[in-house]
Design a protein around this ligand. Structure first.
Ligand SMILES: [Zn+2]
Length: 182
């Protein structure tokens, strides 16, 4: 019986094997400008979530410790509030469910990211690479790479997509159940 992790790696490996020559300086993909915009706005959103405010929104105390920052990024309140919150869960006997829920949420987010990344390979049947011959002069050597068997390429991606979609569904079901208890 293969572990989830092993299957995941195998799925990724299947795609990456057909990938590209190494040692590239810069990669240019066709029709990628829209995606670039999405990424930027996504990043902006993340940055906003990450920035720690001066005061904890829950207890109103000043947040400045390294620990506060780490807790803030994950839970949006200070370290002391998190300790209190977790103690409460322990007392109520809900800690394990809560922990399980957090782990599941993180894994789900990771899988969704990976699925998105894998789907992008569909558009990467033909790519152009630019090698900097002389970076100071800005001289570039252009090289186009195209997969030999487009059907095989798609089939491998299909397989990985299917795997991740089914894993995501499992995690979502699990999370639903955890939401009922925690
Ligand atoms: Zn607090």
């Amino acid at each position: 019986m293969k572990s989830e992790r092993e299957r995941q790696y195998e799925a990724m490996d299947a795609i990456l094997n057909n990938r590209t020559p190494e040692k590239r300086v810069m990669v240019g993909y066709k029709g990628n400008s829209e995606k670039q915009g999405d990424k930027e706005s996504h990043l902006t959103k993340i940055m906003k979530d990450v920035r720690m405010p001066w005061f904890c929104p829950k207890c109103k105390k000043v947040m400045k410790k390294q620990l506060d920052n780490q807790v803030w990024m994950q839970f949006q309140h200070c370290f002391d509030c998190q300790i209190e919150f977790e103690n409460r869960l322990i007392i109520d006997g809900k800690y394990d469910d809560w922990k399980e829920k957090k782990v599941t949420e993180n894994r789900l987010a990771k899988y969704k990211d990976e699925l998105q990344g894998i789907k992008e390979f569909y558009d990467k049947k033909k790519v152009t690479y630019y090698n900097a011959i002389n970076p100071e002069l800005g001289a570039m050597d252009e090289e186009t790479y195209e997969v030999e068997d487009a059907d095989e390429w798609d089939a491998k991606i299909d397989e990985a997509v299917k795997f991740f979609e089914s894993e995501i569904k499992k995690l979502e079901t699990k999370l639903e159940k955890l939401n009922e208890v925690a």
